[in-house]
Each structure stands twice: as C-alpha cells, then as structure tokens.
Design a binder for this molecule. Structure first.
Ligand SMILES: [Zn+2]
Length: 338
C-alpha cells in the first residue's frame, strides 16, 4: 500500500443485485405464456445454479457481502414462494436483503388480467405517481419481506431506476432511509436535482447512493454515458473506475447486476453459463478482496446512521482502449465465440 493510498479514506463499494422474476412474455402472449419464477434467479444449467448459486460462491470465495434488492410485488402472481425461500437463502449466506419494486406485477391482482390487456397497457412506472400510491406499494413490498422472515428493509431500489421526488417522500413516510434509485444512464430523472452520476446525496431526508454512471467514449463530440454493470463493463473498465474513484476521494461506488447476467440463452429452454460475465465477477471479487486497503465492500443496511451525504458527482471516465476491448469482448461473447 502506498503512503498516499493509506492516507486516503477507503472508497465504499456496494455490489448490488436486482433479484427478480420475469413477466416472461405473458403480456404479449397471455394465452400461451406465464411469468418465469425461480429459474430467472437460480439460472440452473444441467442441475447447477449458474445465476444465484454462482454469485453466492463467488462472494463467499472472497469473503464479500453484497446487497440483494429483492423484488416483492411479484407476489401478486406467485404468492410468497418461491421468492421467500430465495430471500431466506440469500440472507442465510450472510448477505443484505433490501426492497426492489416493479409495480407492473400488480397487473395480476385482477383475475381478468388477460381480458384487460385488450384495452389497457401495463406500466412499470415508479415516477409520476402520487405519494399515497407509492406508500401503498412500498408497504405492500415490506409486508412481503416480513412474511418471508426477512429483517425489516431500510433501503429501496425502484424498478427500472425510475424515480422522482415523490419516491423519496413516500420512503420517508414508511421508514425506508436509504435509496439507490438513480442511474442516469438508464433513466434520466426529469428533475435536474436528481441527476447524479455518483456520490452520496440527501434528498427529502433519504440518503441516495446512485449506481455509478460513467463516460466511456466521446463520439462526435458527445460524451457517451454508461451504468456500471457486469454485462456492460469489462473488468479492466471496472478496475480503472474503482482506481479513479479512489484517487478522486469518491465516497462510494455502486455496481448493479442481476442473477441472469451470468447465463445466456432462453430461460425456458437452452441456457448456458455466461463465462465472460462470470469471469468478470470473479476477477472483481478477488481484486476487491486484495485491495482492501483502498476499498471497503459494504452493504446498504450499514448506510443508515453511519453515512452522511458527501456530495461528489464527478463523471468518471475509462481508458479508451478498455472501452474498445469491452465492446469487442461483448460482441464475441454474444456470438458465442468466447
Ligand atoms: Zn428490476
């Protein structure tokens, strides 16, 4: 460890996993298709869990804890299982379970949901809603976690990273104190004050830790922004971003991934491990374990009370060669060449 690195505070790193089931085409073909449950999280390939199972093994091998934002409104279709058992498995492995909400699932509240598709279109919006409506959804999700036997959540990630100020007002009403609702390269909030690239921010009394948005390439004078994910970012890019964040004194880096990023193919049919993405996560875990003088891998349950807003919204970039290599690597992976 260099003297300058030692002198600098460690950068907190949050590995976050949106843990969710899939509508599975049920809205497009309601007579033939139904939602996909546990397989969307487990991603079993010939009896081996290449999704959740792989991730739990990777975290355990480097002794890291992650935050799993577990989607709770799918209970409208599935009831309390199978997600209850998955959430308990995640918690039993020592990880942090927090709340994720996709309101589109409430479409299944009504028995005539198939009929209704003929005249209305389901929507998954968490922005543009009233505080009362948001409070109701949050309470419904929190009640599901309680039934599953999971510790009361303190943190929320909205579905599709859709957010406006009312989300924070509703969070304050139900006692959720930590948010990771912003990822502006995925969803740009209408309100300029919510357009964060990074950092730790206070909004309506809630602590917001945005998923890292970074710049990869400048094309035609325009800066192209990306969100830090396993699929979208090579390990070289992620490592460069972590190093630059630490050098800049950034308080936090939040990475977003999903269990299904570690497989490729059809959840209902031929599925294979996504070895490129699996190698990226394994390399990241080992790097974070070995560089624990610079990074503290931590979880959302530890934010409340321990972290104050330390606004730092610098847009980090990656070396051009790392971005170009990732574009090539992802293309080869899509083509099943590697
Ligand atoms: Zn989601």
């Amino acid at each position: 460890m260099s003297a300058s690195a030692a002198a600098r505070a460690r950068t907190r790193v949050y590995l976050t996993i949106d843990t969710e089931f899939s509508i599975g085409g049920a809205f497009e073909a309601p007579a033939e298709r139904e939602p996909i449950g546990a397989q969307n999280v487990l991603c079993d390939v010939q009896g081996r869990s290449e999704g959740l199972g792989f991730m739990l093994d990777a975290f355990a091998a480097s002794d890291l804890r992650a935050t799993f934002f577990v989607e709770a409104l799918q209970t409208a279709w599935f009831g309390d299982e199978p997600m209850g058992a998955l959430a308990r498995r995640i918690a039993a492995a020592g990880h942090d379970v927090q709340l994720h909400l996709h309101p589109v699932w409430t479409w299944f509240d009504r028995a005539d949901w198939r009929e209704r598709l003929k005249t209305e279109t389901p929507n998954d919006r968490m922005h543009g809603c009233s505080v009362e409506q948001l409070v109701e959804r949050m309470q419904r999700g929190m009640a599901a976690l309680q039934r599953w036997g999971i510790a009361r959540p303190v943190a929320l990630r909205t579905g599709n990273l859709m957010v406006d100020r009312n989300v924070y007002k509703a969070m304050a009403e139900v006692g959720l104190r930590v948010a990771s609702n912003v990822a502006r390269a995925v969803f740009e909030p209408a309100e300029e004050a919510l357009r964060f690239n990074a950092g730790v921010h206070a909004i309506e009394g809630i602590i917001e830790l945005p998923v890292l948005t970074y710049a990869d390439l400048r094309l035609g004078g325009r800066t192209h922004r990306k969100v830090l994910t396993i699929t979208g970012s090579s390990f070289a890019e992620t490592r460069a971003l972590l190093e630059r964040a630490h050098r800049a004194g950034a308080p936090a880096v939040v990475l977003l991934t999903h269990c299904h990023e570690f497989v490729k193919g059809d959840m209902r049919g031929a599925l294979a491990a996504n070895r490129v993405n699996q190698r990226r996560l394994t390399a990241l875990c080992r790097y974070l374990r070995d560089a624990d003088d610079r990074y503290e891998v931590t979880t959302m349950d530890r934010v409340a009370g321990a972290t104050t807003a330390a606004t730092s919204d610098a847009l980090l970039g990656v070396p051009v060669h790392a971005a170009l290599w990732r574009i090539a690597q992802n293309k080869l992976n899509d083509l099943n060449v590697i």
